[in-house]
Ligand binder design. Structure first.
Ligand code: ZN
Ligand code: ZN
Length: 256
């Protein structure tokens, strides 16, 4: 399995995964031109993507789903409530090939399965994903809300992991956001901090976890260096850690 974050953060999310001849995009938060261009830099054609799978209705994940469908003729997978909410909040428009899935269920595309895990994030019907192919399991775990009950068990079963590491608590506290937004981000339906992400990996990751790519970093309340340093301080130097870029495609990561 190989994967590549095309963009990660509140400005737009999109992750490409390829396994067993199946090509998937998770989320559609960057423009069609950006997604196609960034895939092309890695020699991939967006028109060859088999499925675009949307995690929840927030604009940074769903806003361009309709555009990918219309420009590139791609099938779009969403839960019914995510579709309804995304039509209202980001007007995704006509999707010719819309396929519904449900939180808690697994999708099967070729030899790849995708489990959609319900999360307590503050969207209509939010999910995170575990992608499995040939006994390898990749987690795409962002916009998690909080460390919910099922999360440690999910992390324990992974070979590689995109993990939300949204904010540094001191930067959030002393930063410019209004109090209601600070409460939302740090609350039970917002985002995970650098510390929460690192503690999850320290306590629950199996020895076979090959790498973690820290994802969905806040521009205002975090920095890539700080997220990486916090992770390193808590987890130690033994595990490979990357940071998914807010403005560019990251390099391709393999899950071996
Ligand atoms: Zn988000
Ligand atoms: Zn969200």
């Amino acid at each position: 399995m190989l994967c590549c974050s095309l963009n990660s953060g509140s400005n737009g999310n999109c992750i490409y995964v390829e396994a067993e001849g199946v090509r998937l995009l998770f989320d559609a938060g960057i423009s069609g031109r950006q997604a196609a261009g960034r895939l092309a830099t890695h020699g991939r054609d967006i028109r060859a993507v088999d499925a675009v799978i949307v995690s929840h209705d927030h604009a940074d994940h769903a806003r361009c789903a309709g555009i990918y469908a219309r420009l590139f003729n791609l099938p779009i997978y969403m839960t019914p409530l995510t579709h309804q909410a995304a039509q209202q909040s980001c007007n995704v428009g006509q999707i010719a090939d819309l396929r519904h899935f449900r939180a808690g269920q697994a999708l099967h595309i070729g030899q790849v399965s995708i489990e959609a895990v319900a999360t307590p994030h503050d969207a209509a019907e939010p999910v995170a994903f575990v992608v499995s192919a040939k006994r390898r399991r990749l987690g795409i775990l962002t916009d998690l809300g909080c460390v919910f009950d099922a999360l440690p068990g999910i992390i324990a079963g992974l070979d590689a992991l995109y993990l939300e590491s949204n904010y540094d608590p001191d930067m959030l506290e002393s930063g410019p956001y209004p109090p209601y937004l600070k409460r939302r981000i740090a609350g039970r339906h917002g985002h995970l901090s650098n510390f929460e992400a690192a503690e999850l990996v320290l306590r629950h990751a199996h020895d076979r976890l090959q790498w973690v790519s820290l994802a969905h970093l806040s521009e205002v309340n975090n920095t890539p260096d700080l997220a990486r340093r916090t992770h390193h301080d808590i987890v130690g130097p033994r595990r490979a850690v990357y940071v998914s870029d807010r403005y560019a495609a990251s390099s391709i990561l393999q899950v071996e």
